[in-house]
Design a binder for this molecule. Structure first.
Ligand code: HEM
Length: 155
C-alpha cells in the first residue's frame, strides 16, 4: 500500500457515520410506532457519538490536531468549513442531550418537537465530518500534527 489512513481519525469518523445511521433508523422505528426499539436505537446512537468524542478528545490531548495539508489557496475555505462543522457538532451534541433527556423523561410534546430538529442537525454534522476527514486525509495528505501537551509544555 502506498500510504495508510490514520487509524484514530478513521475510527472516530466511522463512529459519527454509524451514529447518524442509527438516528435515521431510530426515526424510521418511531414512525412505525415502535417505542422500545426507537429508545434502544437512539441510545446506541448516543453511545457511538460518545465514543467519537472520547477518541477525538484523547487524540487532541495526547497526539494533537492535524493541520490542512492541501494547497494554500484552499486553506481559508477549509478552515471556514471546519468551523462550520465544529459549530454543527457542538449544537448537535447539546440538542442530542436535551432530546435524550426529554425522551427518557417522557416529555412527549417537547421530544416530538425536538426529535426531528436534532436528527437533521446530526445528519449534517456527520456529512460535514466525513468531508473534513476526506479533505484532511484522503484528498490531500495531512499536514503537521501538533499535540496540546507539546504545545503547552513546549517539547
Ligand atoms: C432514550 C431516549 C428516547 C426515548 C425514550 C424516545 C421516545 C420517543 C417517543 C415516545 C416518541 C413518540 C412521540 C410521539 O409521537 O408522541 C419519540 C419520537 C421521536 N423521537 Fe425519540 N426518544 C428517545 C431519543 C431520541 C433521540 C436521541 C432522537 C434524535 C436524535 C429522537 C428522535 C425522535 C424523532 C425524530 C421522533 C419523531 C417525532 C415525530 O413524530 O415527528 N429520539 N421518541
Amino acid at each position: 500500500m502506498e500510504y495508510s489512513l490514520p487509524i484514530l481519525p478513521t475510527i472516530s469518523t466511522s463512529c459519527i457515520v454509524i451514529s447518524a445511521a442509527l438516528v435515521a433508523y431510530g426515526w424510521y422505528l418511531i414512525l412505525r410506532r415502535n417505542i422500545d426499539a426507537h429508545k434502544k436505537t437512539m441510545l446506541s446512537a448516543a453511545v457511538f457519538a460518545l465514543l467519537f468524542f472520547i477518541i477525538y478528545l484523547s487524540r487532541t490531548i495526547f497526539i494533537g490536531n492535524t493541520s490542512f495539508g492541501g494547497p494554500d489557496s484552499l486553506k481559508v475555505y477549509y478552515t471556514i468549513f471546519l468551523v462550520f462543522h465544529i459549530i454543527l457538532a457542538t449544537v448537535g451534541a447539546i440538542f442530542g442531550i436535551v432530546t435524550l433527556w426529554t425522551g427518557l423523561k417522557d416529555h412527549r410534546a417537547r421530544h416530538k418537537r425536538l426529535g426531528p430538529i436534532t436528527s437533521v442537525i446530526w445528519f449534517f454534522t456527520a456529512a460535514t465530518g466525513v468531508i473534513v476527514y476526506l479533505l484532511l486525509y484522503v484528498f490531500y495528505k495531512g499536514g503537521e500534527t501538533t499535540s496540546m501537551i507539546k504545545a503547552i509544555l513546549g517539547f
